[in-house]
Design a protein around this ligand. Structure first.
Ligand code: UTP
Length: 298
C-alpha cells in the first residue's frame, strides 16, 4: 500500500498534571527528569528516529519552561566549549531544535486529549500525522513510533499502539475491540474509553502513540464531551473503524512506563538508572542493600 510519509507529530502537553501536585504547581510534568533528561526529550528522540521533521506542541498556561527547554543556549554552549567539556556540549546540542521545526499552539481550557489534538488542526493540514503523549515513556530496541510507521506503511488508515493490561487496570484505558487477537498488527472493530473490566471488549489497551488520518480531525469538529466530561480522542478514532483503511492496533515491542503516575515514574527512574552503564553496578548494589535492610527491619 502507498501511504504518505509521516513528517508531523503533535505533542499534547496542555494537561494540568494534577497527579504530580505540588511539583506541577510550577514545573510542567513534561520537564520532570528521568535520570537526567526531561520526559519530553524521550518523546522527541523517539519521534526523530521515526522520521518526524515538524514538532507541534499543544501547550497551556504555565508551560513556558517547556518552550525555553528547546531554545538554543549560546552562553552555556560557549562555556562548555571553553572548558573543553565536549561530551556535555554534544548532549546539549542534541536538545536543540532547528528554527521553524517546532510550533506551539495553545489549548485555552483542558477539555481533553481529543480537544488538544483538534487545537493543532491548522498546523497539521491534510496529511496523516503522529501523536505522542510524553508521559508514556517506552524503552525499546527499535523506538515504538518507528515500529508503528513501518507497520502503517502496510495498513494505511489510523494506527494505535496497544498493550495487554490486567483486568484491574483496564478501566483506566481506551480498550480495543479487535477482529483477531493474534499477531502484532490487529484490525480494530471498535474502541471503548475507560470501560468497566466486566464490559471491556478485550485486554488490549491503547497507550500514548497514534498515527492518525486528517479525517480524525474532521470527526473531532463534531465531538461532544465523552467519558469523564472530556472530548475523547478515542471516540474520534473509533468513528474510523468503518472506513476503508480502518484502524489497526500494533502490539509494539518494548516496555512502557506510565510516567503520568507516581508509581510509573518511580519504576521508570529505577529501570532507566539501571540501564545506564555509568552507574548501573553502583545503583544495583544500592538497591540490593536497600531491599535487604528493609527485609531485615520487617
Ligand atoms: P492526562 O490524562 O495524563 O492528564 O493527559 P494530565 O492533566 O496531564 O494529568 P493528571 O491526570 O491531571 O495528573 C494525557 C496527555 O494529554 C494531555 C496531557 O498534557 C498529557 O500529555 N492533555 C490532556 C492535554 O493536552 N489537554 C487536555 O485537556 C488533557
Amino acid at each position: 500500500m502507498k501511504t504518505k510519509k509521516i513528517t508531523k507529530a503533535v505533542f499534547p502537553v496542555a494537561g494540568l498534571g494534577t497527579r504530580f501536585l505540588p511539583a506541577t504547581k510550577s514545573i510542567p510534568k513534561e520537564i520532570m527528569t528521568l535520570v537526567d533528561r526531561p520526559l519530553i526529550q524521550y518523546a522527541i528522540d523517539e519521534a526523530r528516529a521515526a522520521g518526524i521533521k515538524e514538532f507541534i506542541f499543544v501547550t497551556s498556561r504555565g508551560k513556558s519552561a517547556l518552550e525555553d527547554y528547546f531554545d538554543h543556549a549560546p552562553e552555556l554552549e560557549s562555556a562548555l566549549r571553553r572548558s573543553g567539556k565536549d561530551e556535555l556540549l554534544e548532549v546539549l546540542k542534541g536538545t536543540n531544535m532547528d528554527s521553524g521545526a517546532i510550533a506551539y499552539v495553545r489549548q485555552n481550557r483542558p477539555l481533553g486529549l481529543g480537544h488538544a489534538v483538534w487545537c493543532a488542526r491548522r498546523l497539521i493540514g491534510n496529511e496523516p500525522f503522529a501523536v505522542l503523549l510524553p508521559d508514556d515513556v517506552i524503552a525499546a530496541e527499535r523506538p515504538c513510533l518507528q515500529q508503528m510507521v513501518e507497520a502503517h506503511a502496510e495498513t494505511g488508515g489510523c494506527m494505535v499502539a496497544a498493550m495487554e493490561v490486567t483486568p484491574e487496570r483496564i478501566s483506566s484505558y481506551g480498550v480495543l475491540d479487535v477482529e483477531d487477537e493474534r499477531g502484532s498488527v490487529v484490525k480494530v472493530r471498535g474502541m471503548v474509553e475507560k470501560p468497566k473490566a466486566s464490559e471491556a471488549p478485550s485486554n488490549l489497551a491503547v497507550i500514548g502513540r497514534y498515527i492518525l488520518t486528517p479525517k480524525v480531525l474532521t470527526n473531532l469538529n463534531r465531538m461532544k464531551q465523552g467519558a469523564g466530561g472530556e472530548i475523547q480522542l478515542t471516540d474520534a478514532i473509533a468513528e474510523e473503524t468503518g472506513s476503508k483503511a480502518g484502524v489497526h492496533g500494533l502490539r509494539f515491542r518494548g516496555q512502557r512506563y506510565d510516567c503520568g503516575s507516581k508509581i510509573g515514574f518511580l519504576q521508570a527512574t529505577v529501570a532507566f538508572g539501571l540501564s545506564r552503564p555509568e552507574f548501573g553496578v553502583e545503583f544495583e548494589t544500592f538497591l540490593h542493600e536497600l531491599m535487604s535492610m528493609q527485609k531485615a527491619a520487617q
